[in-house]
Design a protein around this ligand. Structure first.
Ligand code: OAD
Length: 254
């Protein structure tokens, strides 16, 4: 249970969110931290503090040692399968139901937003529960190794299957990125939740919104490179702050 973190929601922010027509939310690993999924860059606990991304999250690493990489993603999948969406994920489901135009852009590959009930989702970095062929690119759903064939093989071309996530040095899905950039530029209110705002191109989306005249709101226990530009920076965890933001903007809800 998230310890009680009460944050002050400025009345101007509540008013702007309540009257917003177009809202975009960008999420990062921080929103899933309270569901037990490690972030990437938090000291000690973050994945990149314990594992070397160049050994596990690049196409070269996969060709070098497919079993090492496959097993690491199998471990991460087991953490995702054991996790449940938290109050932060659920608050965004409710926000989606209250604003005319809404888009949830996530860097997370855990699928917890969809499991919470969010509809309008763009997965910028893919989804760890899906696999695709390393050679022909065909999506192979939630392929599980048959016997000791690790990694499993593609039914079409017999290529190695890999997690359907974006690895370092790889391009993001163009259509997803285009939709995220357009919606961010046209947004009235842009929420940046649980992201360190350092990995491009996702880290530029709040600045597209800012240049488009949106109210840019950051939700994060710590400051990030976005903080100086943010219209409002709410210091606290996603599961604690987002329900309070909803209660302030939509008092009739409870
Ligand atoms: P990071 O681990 O870089 O940042 C997580 C952020 O969440 C930090 O700023 C924390 O302060 C904050 N945080 C921690 N706990 C929180 C909580 N309970 N509520 C709210 N915020 C919290 O993760 P991302 O920004 O998502 O990319 O990383 C971006 C990308 O870098 C990932 O998608 C992944 C990684 O390499 C790829 O794999 C392509």
């Amino acid at each position: 249970m998230t310890p009680a973190q009460t944050v002050v929601i400025p009345a101007e922010l509540a008013r702007r969110l309540r009257s917003a027509q177009r809202v975009v939310v960008l999420t990062g690993a921080g929103i899933s931290a309270e569901s037990g999924i490690p972030t990437f860059r938090d000291a000690m606990t973050g994945l990149w503090a314990r594992f070397r991304p160049e050994e596990l999250a690049t196409p070269e690493a996969y060709l070098r040692d497919p079993k090492l990489v496959w097993d690491w993603y199998a471990w991460r999948r087991s953490r995702v399968e054991a996790a449940e969406p938290n109050a932060g994920h659920q608050a965004l489901v409710e926000l989606e139901s209250r604003v005319p135009e809404f888009l949830l852009v996530t860097q997370n590959v855990d699928g917890l937003h969809a499991r919470a009930g969010s509809q309008r989702i763009v997965e910028l970095h893919g989804n760890i529960m899906r696999t695709k062929c390393f050679d022909c690119g065909r999506i192979a759903g939630d392929a599980k190794p048959q016997g000791d064939a690790i990694p499993p093989r593609c039914a079409h071309c017999d290529g190695m299957l890999r997690p359907d996530v974006v690895w370092f040095g790889e391009m993001l899905p163009a259509e997803a990125l285009g939709e995220a950039m357009r919606a961010s530029t046209e947004s009235d209110v842009f929420l940046s939740v649980g992201t360190s705002t350092v990995v491009e191109p996702a880290a530029s989306l709040p600045f597209y919104a800012w240049r488009g005249g949106a109210v840019v709101v950051e939700v994060n226990p710590d400051a990030t490179p976005l903080t100086p530009q943010a219209s409002f920076s709410l210091r606290g965890s996603a599961a604690a702050v987002l329900p309070q933001l909803m209660a302030a903007a939509f008092p009739e809800r409870s």
